[in-house]
Structure formats: structure tokens, C-alpha cells
Design a protein around this ligand. Structure first.
Ligand code: GDP
Ligand code: MG
Length: 159
């Protein structure tokens, strides 16, 4: 029931100075950050992380975007964390992401706009899509030594 999932503040979130606002959404929900670092990835790493998307027509734009500035990577832990984090993040297209979600509150572009320009959708955050993806992605981005077990106040007052 308690899961770990990968969250990335993508280059647009870092460059817009929204790292703190984004992290606080997860903290306030009672989720626990068990790993965190800033990384500037290269094309090879992008292909590993987005291996499922390499053949898609938006991959080139996605790769250009993801290597354009540093990313803040987090491993986030909580009850059904994978599903919950996706809910906090909102749907992929900011235009249709519900208000109250990160993508719905801090971004607004549409698929149509991004595709016409040949760029990736700037949607601030990556979050693992399912439990299998979460396990795979947390181990791609974090070594065992970079993940921490510690007691948080949430364990007494939220969980
Ligand atoms: P996510 O799991 O919600 O991040 O969405 P996906 O795994 O389907 O896609 C990965 C990322 O590629 C998205 O977050 C967007 O930044 C970008 N992306 C996905 N679909 C499209 C698309 O149809 N057009 C464009 N331009 N970018 C896309
Ligand atoms: Mg995805």
C-alpha cells in the first residue's frame, strides 16, 4: 500500500522559479520526500527515461526540452503514492488539466499549440504513470544510498 514514485520538476518549472511551489503541493498533501537532487540530463539519459516514447512524433521536442536546463528529481513516498501524485499533478495537457492541480494552476498550453510549433508540451512536472513505471524510474534516477528511511511528522499526524 505504501509506495514510492518518481517526481521531476522539469526545466520549465526550474527556470520559472516554481520548484518550491511544486514541492510544497506534495508536502502539504502529507507525502514524504525520501530522495531529492538537481540533475542536468543528457540525450542518452533522456532515451532511458522516456524509452516508451522514443518512436513517438513528439519525442525529438521532448528530448530537446528535457535536456535544456536542470531538473529537480524527487522520490516521493505515501499511501498509494503513484495514483495520488498523478492526481496532484493533473492531466498531461495543461489546457485541460483541472484547476487545483499543478499543471492546471501553473501552465496553460494545448497539444495543438505545442505540436504546431514542434515542441514538447511544457507541463512542469513528470510523475510515474503506474506502479511498475514508478519502481523502474525511482531506480533509474536514484541509487540505494540516495534514498532515505526516516520518520516524518506525517506518520503521527496524517497517516
Ligand atoms: P505524462 O505521463 O503526463 O508526462 O505524459 P506522457 O508520458 O504521455 O508524455 C511525456 C511528456 O511528453 C509529456 O509530459 C509532455 O511533456 C510530452 N508530450 C506528451 N504527449 C505529447 C504530444 O502529443 N505533443 C507534444 N508536443 N508533447 C507531448
Ligand atoms: Mg508518462
Amino acid at each position: 500500500m505504501i509506495e514510492r514514485t518518481l517526481v521531476l520538476v522539469k526545466p520549465d518549472g526550474v527556470q520559472r522559479g516554481l520548484i518550491g511551489d511544486i514541492i510544497s503541493r506534495f508536502e502539504k498533501r502529507g507525502l514524504k520526500i525520501v530522495g531529492m537532487k538537481m540533475v542536468w540530463v543528457d540525450k542518452d539519459f533522456s532515451k532511458q527515461h522516456y524509452s516508451a516514447h522514443i518512436d513517438k512524433n513528439f519525442y525529438k521536442g521532448l528530448e530537446d526540452f528535457i535536456i535544456s536546463a536542470p531538473i529537480v528529481a524527487m522520490a516521493v513516498e505515501g499511501i498509494n503514492a503513484v495514483e495520488l501524485v498523478r492526481k496532484v499533478v493533473g492531466s498531461t495537457e495543461p489546457k485541460s488539466a483541472p484547476i487545483g492541480t499543478i499543471r492546471g494552476d501553473f501552465a496553460h498550453v494545448s497539444y495543438e499549440y505545442a505540436d504546431k510549433k514542434g515542441i514538447s508540451i511544457k507541463n512542469l512536472v513528470h510523475a510515474s504513470g503506474n506502479s511498475e513505471e514508478a519502481e523502474q524510474e525511482v531506480s533509474l534516477w536514484f541509487s540505494v544510498e540516495e534514498l532515505f528511511n526516516y520518520k516524518s511528522a506525517n506518520q503521527d499526524y496524517v497517516m
